[in-house]
Design a protein. Structure first.
Length: 110
């Protein structure tokens, strides 16, 4: 299982379109994903204080070819999916709340 953070409005649009195509697909060619060990740090790095996030649970076995693990931070490999994210690979879209200080924690994963 790998994970993707998305705001609720973008996820709603994805459900209407039948795929999730974040801006990164057009800018970089891929969807940014995280492992379970990376997702909280990623959320705090890029989304601290956001209250509208969902955590998409993505079954990497359901992705067509295009998943690669590449260096994102020095020495750290992150999953990148080249192309729009097919909704058939998303097994769950769960609220991803931050704490009162705006930070995300392991408890946000449940």
């Amino acid at each position: 299982m790998i994970f993707h953070l998305v705001d609720a409005a973008s996820w709603s649009r994805a459900l209407e379109k039948g795929e999730h195509r974040p801006a990164s697909v057009d800018l970089e060619g891929f969807v940014h994903l995280s492992t379970v060990a990376q997702v909280v740090a990623t959320a705090n790095r890029f989304f601290k204080g956001r209250t509208d996030l969902l955590l998409l649970h993505v079954d990497d076995a359901q992705l067509p070819s295009g998943l690669k693990y590449e260096e994102g931070e020095p020495g750290e490999l992150f999953p990148h999916f080249y192309g729009p994210l097919p909704l058939t690979a998303v097994t769950k879209a769960a609220p991803f709340p931050c704490g009162s200080d705006g930070a995300f924690s392991e408890s946000s994963l449940t």
